[in-house]
Design a protein around this ligand. Structure first.
Ligand SMILES: NC(=O)c1ccc[n+]([C@@H]2O[C@H](COP(=O)([O-])OP(=O)(O)OC[C@H]3O[C@@H](n4cnc5c(N)ncnc54)[C@H](OP(=O)(O)O)[C@@H]3O)[C@@H](O)[C@H]2O)c1
Length: 311
């Protein structure tokens, strides 16, 4: 039970904690973010620019309701916003993630620029309408920027509803998602058939199947791309364990493996944003560094993927 005394103690602790982690976040902000411009990419359908690194919430924000967990994720989120991050991706499929995210946003107290992206994930179209309202309640926001059909489930029913919501100005952008290299042929078909604003699929330095068709078509049709699983769910860090970064990476302001992997993705001209997920503040610092400094050119991108192949 939260009596008045406990409430006051918790409020005082939270305020102290808030100040501390804010200072830590600022103190750790490396030179790169201070001396170079944040890399933004343009959303084709609106010409609005958004930061090239966003944040995923699958597993990492599905941590239940305990105050301890909410405070830990609030720290991570605060650092994301401090570096200039905007796009956050979630889904009703991600357990308590949307609820936890809503609580964290509330704690940060509106001190952020949020580009909200979630999904509708149900075989039933009418249930989808309710699900979207529930997500708004959980995030505690009036309208979403981007609403995506998760894993193409019942895409015909949901897309009809989402385009109507866009027309009614209840959402700004419509998209579909897939991942793990699944259902690329179907995704291509949907990209050709509908006027999507966004498409989301897996793209990272080892999972490059999407370069063959999906990225090409997205670029031609001017559909903005969100790259999910940028670290292949964390496997890429196992791959390079105990391996040194190549010396030449520094020429592109790449000082960590996280930045190496993320800059490879967002330097593809068809990619709008990559959405790494993390539970850790030090990892969030590393990931957000990829949003600053120089991006590799095509020749260097080939060198990067070759380097990883040879590991
Ligand atoms: N169908 C879909 O729509 C779909 C499917 C899959 C994913 N997604 C979206 O894409 C997002 C990202 O994909 P993902 O969560 O599967 O995987 P991911 O971002 O590729 O990898 C996450 C893993 O990488 C680790 N990590 C993060 N930063 C790190 C760093 N700097 N150094 C070392 N390890 C680091 C994390 O562990 P720590 O917690 O220890 O940092 C976590 O285990 C999801 O959260 C979700 O929003 C969408």
């Amino acid at each position: 039970m939260l009596n008045r005394r406990n409430f006051l103690i918790q409020a005082a602790l939270f305020s102290l904690f808030n100040k501390n982690f804010y200072n830590i976040a600022k103190a750790n902000t490396s030179d790169l973010s201070k001396k170079s411009e944040l890399i933004k990419k343009t959303i084709h359908s609106s010409k609005k620019k958004i930061p090239s690194i966003g944040m995923g919430t699958w597993l990492t924000f599905d941590v239940g309701n305990s105050t301890k967990n909410i405070l830990a994720r609030t720290k991570v989120l605060k650092i994301f916003f401090d570096y200039g991050g905007e796009l956050i991706d979630s889904s009703p499929m991600y357990g308590t993630s949307e609820r936890v995210l809503g609580k964290c946003l509330e704690k940060i107290n509106n001190d952020f620029n949020l580009f909200s992206a979630t999904k509708v994930w149900t075989p039933n179209t009418l249930h989808g309408v309710k699900q979207i309202k529930n997500s708004q309640r959980l995030w505690n926001i009036d309208n979403f920027d981007l609403m995506q059909v998760h894993n193409l489930v019942n895409y015909e029913g949901h897309l009809e509803n989402l385009f109507q919501l866009k027309e009614d100005k209840k959402i700004k952008y419509v998209g579909v998602t897939t991942s793990h290299g699944w259902r690329h042929a179907k995704t291509l078909e949907i990209m050709k058939r509908y006027d999507l604003d966004f498409v989301q699929f897996t793209y990272n330095i080892v999972d490059r199947e999407s370069e063959n068709y999906l990225l090409k078509l997205a670029y031609e049709k001017k559909i903005s791309v969100i790259a999910n699983r940028p670290f292949q769910g964390g496997n890429l860090f196992k791959l390079i364990k105990n391996k040194e970064l190549p010396i030449w990476a520094k020429e592109y302001d790449i000082f960590t493996w996280a930045a190496f992997f993320l800059k490879y993705i967002v330097s593809n001209k068809a990619v709008t944003c990559a959405i790494p997920a993390t539970t850790k503040t030090n990892h969030m610092h590393q990931n957000m560094q990829a949003m600053y400094g120089l991006l590799p050119n095509e020749k260097t991108r080939r060198k990067m993927s070759q380097y990883i192949k040879n590991i």
